[in-house]
Design a protein around this ligand. Structure first.
Ligand code: NAP
Length: 222
């Protein structure tokens, strides 16, 4: 399987990259981002392109791909609705539009978030905007899936880019095993999320939306 990975320089995408490189079914990872991951590996191709809103200059490098793990995204904290929508919806449309043109039939695994509102009725701006992105992804003429994690613990050396989150994750790390034993489906890890997306990309199940508990089960069952 040849995988296109978005967001590999971030926490969720960084975790997915680790799982791709550990999985023998993944023959090639094409990591597309505006920043480098800083990693090298015989099965990793990096495309660093500053303006992903205009993927035309790199479109010819997106052919022959089987699956896309879309882990690019931002927190809505401090953002206007227009600015958050631009990254969450418009950037997704630009990138997936170009990827599908070059690789028709690409299976898409899109990282959304717990509490996303696909009906557009939520009072929370981020939930409505993420919901719009989910509608776009699930409406594409290709196998498409959305993943809605809640709390994600970074593991296997993966780090958040945000200092505040790094402090939070480090502080919580000692209690994570206890939390997981008491509430096994309350939180997931970058490892489980990466594995869950790969499993879905390979198996293409009928279910198209995966909540936290589904992610934990899919990620663990490998
Ligand atoms: N972290 C969590 O606990 C959590 C929980 C639920 C859902 N999620 C969702 O998971 C997704 C990824 O979150 P994360 O924690 O991995 O975030 P992150 O560590 O901040 O990484 C974000 C990734 O998106 C890229 N990106 C952001 N804005 C971009 C832009 N305008 N153009 C190009 N690339 C851009 C970043 O690239 P640069 O490196 O170039 O900035 C980076 O690769 C988000 O959609 C988030 O809502 C996260």
């Amino acid at each position: 399987m040849r995988v296109l990975l978005l967001g590999a320089s971030g926490m969720v995408g960084g975790g997915a990259l680790v799982e791709c490189l550990e999985d023998d079914r993944v023959e090639r990872v094409v990591a597309l981002g505006r920043s480098s991951t800083g990693r090298t590996h015989p099965r990793l191709d990096e495309i660093v392109h500053r303006d992903l809103f205009d993927p035309r200059p790199i479109a010819d490098r997106l052919g022959g791909l089987d699956a896309c793990l879309y882990c690019l995204g931002v927190s809505s904290a401090g953002m206007s609705e227009a600015a958050y929508r631009r990254v969450t919806v418009e950037l997704t449309e630009a990138i997936l539009g170009a990827a599908l043109e070059a690789s028709p039939g690409l299976t898409i695994c899109f990282v959304s978030g717990a509490g996303t509102d696909r009906d557009g009725a939520s009072r929370m701006m981020w939930a409505r905007v993420k919901g719009e992105a989910e509608r776009y992804v699930l409406g594409l003429p290709t196998p498409a899936y959305v993943f809605r994690p809640g709390f994600i613990q970074p593991v296997k050396g993966v780090r958040s880019k945000t200092r505040m989150y790094r402090v939070l994750y480090a502080g919580l790390a000692p209690v994570v095993p206890l939390l997981r034993s008491v509430l096994p489906r309350a939180l997931t890890t970058t490892e489980e999320l990466g594995r869950a997306m790969l499993r879905v990309a390979v198996e293409r199940p009928e279910q198209t939306t995966f909540e936290q508990r589904d992610i934990v089960e899919l990620g663990r069952a490998i």
